[in-house]
Ligand binder design. Structure first.
Ligand SMILES: C[S@@+](CC[C@H](N)C(=O)[O-])C[C@H]1O[C@@H](n2cnc3c(N)ncnc32)[C@H](O)[C@@H]1O
Length: 281
């Protein structure tokens, strides 16, 4: 017989939080990781936190807020950070930016000690896509020895998934067929695994983008920071792109989502085209 606690089921109506408790959890999230849950996302946050409370045997948002504010419960904190984050991603997302990466950026760089960073990597789809494009540009052998890609995310669950590198076929439907055929291995039950040489180019770590200054000893030539800035408030967006600037090589590149323009952030980045920025000083 299992002695594990049985998760309690909490009805949505009963879980609805008071304004004050909702704000306490929002404040904790903003302070911890910059995530900005405004009033119009209240239902979404309540839904996500209800799941955490069921697992953790907490009866209300107020109890959750209290436990978070008290601190010291790393497992609960990680669980809340994972539940609060939106992890949607897939291979070869936003092809216009990736085509610029493949056709302009990679040919302008040389494999050797080429360092790239996928700064909100989720389950690794973006980092592995970049590795496949580098393998296409330089040849698999040259890319394997001369390109390293770091993927980081605040969610430990996502980092574990990225390390596994196993995906349902649906996540790969946007990937051009030649890349799919070359760099993925079929597994049972319509799943695919990224091929070993591509996996070996990528390393994954948990990192909060709010950890400033960013803890890197060597700067990157290319940074992907896509589809995460819009979860932050303006202050955190600006702080993030400025901190990335400081860990990018001169002449290096920042790739964002085309839906996340930096234009109002007064940052040091120079825009090259939609979703593509360069450190020029
Ligand atoms: C929508 S996914 C984007 C994945 C990928 N970059 C893409 O464009 O498909 C956003 C990711 O940002 C992560 N995230 C949110 N806040 C973060 C923070 N403060 N530090 C690091 N990662 C964060 C989430 O856990 C989530 O996996």
């Amino acid at each position: 017989m299992s002695l594990l606690p049985v998760p309690i089921a909490i009805e949505a109506a009963r879980f609805a939080s008071s304004e004050r408790d909702f704000q306490r959890v929002c404040d904790w999230l903003r302070q911890q990781c910059g995530m900005d849950y405004r009033e119009n996302k209240r239902e979404l946050l309540e839904h996500r936190m209800r799941r955490v409370c069921e697992r953790e045997q907490l009866a209300s948002m107020g109890e959750l807020a209290e436990r978070l504010e008290r601190g010291g419960d790393t497992a609960l904190q990680l669980s809340v950070l994972h539940a609060a984050s939106t992890n949607h991603t897939y291979f070869y997302r936003e092809p216009q930016v990736l085509q610029f990466f493949a056709q302009v950026i990679l040919p302008a760089l040389r494999p050797g000690d080429l360092r790239m960073w996928s700064a909100a990597a989720s389950s690794g789809d973006e980092a592995y896509t970049a590795a496949m494009l580098a393998a296409q540009a330089y040849g698999l052998d040259a890319a394997s020895c001369g390109v390293s890609i770091l993927g980081t995310d605040i969610s430990a669950v996502m980092i574990e998934a990225a390390e596994q590198a196993v995906y349902p076929a649906s996540r790969l439907s946007a990937l051009p067929a030649p890349l799919r055929e070359r760099y993925l291995e079929e597994l049972p039950q319509a799943r695919l695994r990224v091929a070993a040489p591509i996996r070996a180019m990528c390393t994954f770590r948990r990192l909060n983008l709010k950890s400033m200054p960013l803890p890197f000893q060597r700067n990157f030539h290319v940074v992907f920071c896509r589809n995460v800035l819009y979860y932050f408030d303006r202050q955190q967006q600006r702080a993030t792109v400025e901190a990335i600037y400081d860990v990018t090589e001169r002449g290096g590149w920042l790739l964002t989502s085309v839906t996340e323009p930096l234009r109002d952030l007064n940052s040091r980045w120079t825009q090259v085209q939609s979703g593509v920025y360069r450190r020029l000083d």
